[in-house]
Design a protein around this ligand. Structure first.
Ligand SMILES: NC(=O)c1ccc[n+]([C@@H]2O[C@H](COP(=O)([O-])OP(=O)(O)OC[C@H]3O[C@@H](n4cnc5c(N)ncnc54)[C@H](OP(=O)(O)O)[C@@H]3O)[C@@H](O)[C@H]2O)c1
Length: 244
């Protein structure tokens, strides 16, 4: 095999939280195309592509996370690639943001990631290999008005990835953050047309991204080719947040 030939990294047990729609579903399809064994968590009943194992889980509930992992491990073996993707927004200006608006977004996006990563790490330590990918956002490091809660949750993911890298890096485990910009999904479709227009004007690429463009980066950062990258923040944002 020549040095430039990509080493295949197929047949791994991959779990994506919130993989029933949007970016998570695109990530599931990308790993499936790679020949991996793919499982996704969902809350609401949804149609999944053939070959994807769906397990019900709410990332705000540790017992439901544990049950989902047990089901995935029974079907596919210990999770070797974990993508913490499940996330919500509750946008509003700080003056109107209730404590519940803040804590519920942190509980889902950040503590939810902590719950699944902690559970997955046990198997990865035993395997002496693993890939953790946290789906953050350009808002995490760039900031966005109306997103004090969301930005805090997404910035916190960088701290998780970097501390995890220092704790578990010597066990063959990497932890990286992928920070999408404005990607066309249900989440962004909810934004008022005027806000969408303003975002578009600020994106150097002059277009929104697709879930597929995020998925391919997640797949690559989880591949053998990216085995020496850990604690990185990889933007997929058309240049919106560069330097942040
Ligand atoms: N779209 C963008 O422009 C963009 C930009 C930057 C970052 N992101 C991030 O990318 C990730 C996916 O976003 P998306 O645009 O694909 O969003 P989406 O279409 O709204 O999908 C969100 C996913 O998260 C799941 N989820 C929400 N709360 C959950 C909980 N408590 N437990 C388990 N699953 C839960 C949802 O499950 P249900 O179907 O059951 O609700 C759904 O599968 C999020 O973390 C988001 O913050 C998105």
């Amino acid at each position: 095999m020549s040095e430039a030939t990509p080493a295949p990294s197929t047949g791994r047990s991959v779990l994506i939280t919130g993989g029933n729609r949007g970016i998570g579903l695109a990530i599931a399809k990308a790993f499936l195309a790679n020949g991996d064994k793919v499982a996704v968590t969902y809350r609401s009943e949804s149609e999944l592509p053939d070959g994807v194992l769906g397990v019900q889980a709410d990332v705000t509930d540790q017992a439901s996370v544990d049950a989902a992992f047990t089901a995935v491990e029974a079907a596919h073996g210990p999770v070797e690639v974990l993508v913490a993707n499940a996330g919500i927004t509750k946008d509003t200006l700080l003056m109107r943001m209730s404590e519940d608006d803040f804590t519920s977004v942190i509980d889902t996006n950040l503590t939810g990631a902590f719950r699944v990563i902690k559970r997955a790490s046990k198997g990865m330590i035993r395997l002496r290999k693993g890939r953790v990918v946290l789906i953050s956002s350009v808002s995490g490091l760039y900031g966005a008005p109306g997103q004090v809660n969301y930005s805090a949750s997404k910035a916190g993911m960088v701290g998780i990835a970097r501390s995890l890298t220092r704790e578990l890096g010597s066990r063959g485990i990497t932890a990286n953050v992928v920070a999408p910009g404005f990607i066309t999904t249900d989440m962004t479709a909810e934004l008022p047309a005027e806000t969408q227009k303003q975002y578009l004007a600020s994106v150097p690429a002059a277009r929104f991204g697709s879930a597929d463009e995020v998925a391919k980066v997640v797949r690559w950062i989880s591949s053998d080719e990216a085995g020496y990258i850990s604690g990185a923040v990889i933007p997929v944002d058309g240049g919106l947040g560069m330097g942040h």
